[in-house]
Design a protein around this ligand. Structure first.
Ligand SMILES: [Zn+2]
Length: 319
């Protein structure tokens, strides 16, 4: 696992962390979130023990603000340098980092705090871009996988009736669209039927793209949506024909599954989308695209702006 070194001041010093965050959030000078005025000369730092560090007062509107207002780091008891370190650890670990490991690395008193921090950071990793994948001359691979245990039929008594207590754990479908050599968009869907999958494909892949899939019935008829739809027949042992393959999508699922099995282990359906987001973010900012761990961390830090967790208020006490 990539570790932050002592020289990475922003991960160990609150003032350095705040300066770094302010530089990323306000590249053109401080912005007052209340009245929108821009410029470092439009606000003054409120100093003295009665004020929180990093609290500014806007000159035109007179209202106070900090850099973390309106971000997933807002209103937290956890110091900003620890937030940045947690963000870095999640960005630099290829298969993710468990909440338990995060708790240890940050020396946090509570596992719940680490767990909620990780989920807030996943929120920062949400891809808000709306451009479709692919385009003219580009290949987009579509594939699906199932996370979790397959549906178990209820156990039968010897007389054929059902036991009252039956465990039924459904496997959860995940659909990945991966532009070869580019970005991916990944979705957890309730049911992977033809209608749901083709809707996702149609909405997120540029029609000028070449679509590559396996021979699954889920993609039948997709040739009407794209320049071409070519398939490989996995059932017949065919994994590539010319440049037709789904290796990029399978590569993504390989990392996802290793991480979900080895690092996260337990994940309820409710949260699966957040993990899907995390793996998608790292794929889209991977080293092969020329993005370093530091750059990836900065992208996640910028991604904290304007994001909200729906459950954050009720669980505020933990973070
Ligand atoms: Zn203002």
């Amino acid at each position: 696992m990539a570790k932050a070194t002592i020289s990475d001041l922003i991960y160990h010093d609150e003032d350095a962390a705040r300066a770094h965050f302010e530089k990323l959030r306000w590249p053109d000078g401080r912005v007052c979130p209340h009245c929108g005025v821009v410029g470092d000369d439009q606000s003054t730092l409120l100093q003295g023990k009665s004020h929180r560090p990093g609290l500014y007062k806007c000159k035109p509107c007179g209202k106070p603000f900090t850099a973390t207002i309106g971000t997933v780091y807002e209103d937290s008891k956890v110091p900003l340098h620890q937030w940045l370190l947690a963000t870095h650890l999640m960005c630099a670990s290829k298969k993710g980092i468990s909440a338990l490991q995060l708790q240890r690395e940050l020396a946090l008193g509570s596992y719940r705090t680490a767990w909620f921090m990780a989920h807030r950071i996943r929120e920062a990793m949400i891809d808000t871009t709306t451009e479709p994948l692919g385009g003219e001359g580009k290949i987009v691979e579509a594939d699906e996988t199932y996370y979790g245990k397959p549906a178990v039929s209820p156990m039968k008594r010897t007389d054929g009736s059902d036991f009252k207590k039956t465990k039924r754990r459904n496997s959860r479908p995940v659909v990945a669209l991966v532009e070869r050599g580019g970005k991916a968009k990944v979705f957890h869907v309730a049911v992977a039927d033809k209608e749901a999958v083709q809707k996702i494909v149609a909405e997120n892949v540029h029609p000028a793209s070449r679509l590559h899939t396996d021979e699954s019935r889920l993609y039948k008829g997709a040739d009407a949506l794209f320049v071409s739809h070519e398939t490989v027949k996995h059932s017949a042992g065919e994994y590539a024909r010319g440049d037709v393959n789904t290796n990029s999508a399978e590569g993504f699922f390989g990392v996802f599954k290793k991480g979900m099995k080895g690092v996260y282990q337990h994940c309820s359906e409710k949260h699966l989308n957040r993990y899907v987001t995390e793996f998608g973010f790292r794929h889209n900012t991977r080293a092969k695209l020329g993005i370093t761990d530091t750059m990836r961390t900065d992208l996640a830090i910028i991604g904290t702006v304007g994001k909200r967790l729906t459950y954050r208020r009720t669980d505020e006490a933990y973070v």
